[in-house]
Design a protein around this ligand. Structure first.
Ligand code: NI
Length: 167
């Protein structure tokens, strides 16, 4: 396994729309394993392939307290949405920034598992929010883009300052 470098907002590659995974093979399973390792090391609760500059529809997440419930979603699709909720989100590609975003409260998602078998889940709470956040990444969208232009401008300035300090 290997740690993968995570793209930082506003890297334009984060705006790439990922292509469906054509075949769930050993290469995809290796990518999922590397993404999981990268997510746990960061540490984060979710990671989309887009964030490691691989533009295929694959995401990993683990919202459990003891980090023991890895979930892999290949070619995830939101089949239906219900309700509305608001909560603070962060992102490994936007370090140090936490902002409130409106999301659907419940989503039904269909995807393939690591063996290429289709499954469906009804998600709510943090899992629903996390899935929407990660699927957005696969569509080239980063959560801060839901904010006002003014707020986004401030965030970009803050990130630019951070980058200068770390460089
Ligand atoms: Ni993110």
């Amino acid at each position: 396994m290997a740690l993968l470098p995570i793209l930082r907002y506003p890297d334009p590659r984060l705006h790439t729309r990922a292509k469906p995974v054509a075949r769930v093979d050993a290469g995809i399973r290796k990518l999922a394993a590397d993404m999981a390792e990268t997510m746990y090391a960061a540490p984060g609760i979710g990671l989309a392939a887009t964030q490691v500059n691989v533009h295929q529809r694959l995401l990993v997440l683990d919202i459990s307290d003891d980090r023991s419930q890895l979930q892999i979603f290949i070619n995830p699709e939101i089949l239906s949405r219900e309700g509305e909720c608001e909560g603070e989100e962060g992102c490994l590609s936007v370090p140090g920034i936490y902002e409130t975003v409106k999301r659907s409260e419940r989503v039904k998602v269909r995807a393939l598992d690591r063996d290429g078998k289709p499954f469906e889940i009804d998600a709510d709470g943090m899992l629903a929010v996390c899935l929407q956040h990660e699927i957005d990444h696969l569509d080239g969208k980063v959560f801060v883009e839901y904010l006002s232009k003014l707020k986004l401008g401030r965030i970009k300035a803050k990130l630019a300052k951070q980058a200068r300090i770390t460089a």
